[in-house]
Design a protein around this ligand. Structure first.
Ligand code: TYC
Length: 103
């Protein structure tokens, strides 16, 4: 039987691995040629709670770079926001898409 101290260290190590912090996920907006800039800004304000200046900045980054981060959330909230974006875009007949990926 190993000494108590050694066993304690192994126990602690196993538990550190199991108790990892839950990961955050970023919602990434993708550029397209048809969604209006105003609609993207409205989405960023309504779903991602950005103020107008920040929403404009993010929209222009996505427009120029092809993609950009709308925000970081837990998995459940990130996929809910992705669904809200896609649902509103469908409703307004825009092809706007976004993705969810680990930070
Ligand atoms: N490229 C679009 C346009 O010129 C604007 C746009 C920006 C679309 C960001 C999608 O995620 C997007 N109307």
């Amino acid at each position: 039987m190993p000494p108590v101290l050694e066993d304690g260290i192994q126990f602690a190590t196993r538990n550190v691995e199991r108790l990892k912090e839950p990961e955050d996920y970023q919602v990434i907006l993708l550029n397209d040629d048809y969604t209006t800039m105003d609609f993207v800004v409205a989405i960023l304000m309504r779903i991602f709670h950005k103020d107008e200046a920040e929403a404009n900045r993010i929209m222009l980054d996505v427009h120029q770079d092809g993609r950009g981060r709308a925000g970081s959330y837990s998995w459940d909230i990130a996929i809910t926001k992705r669904e809200q974006v896609h649902s509103l875009a469908r409703e307004h007949e825009f092809p706007l898409r976004c993705g969810v990926e680990p930070c």
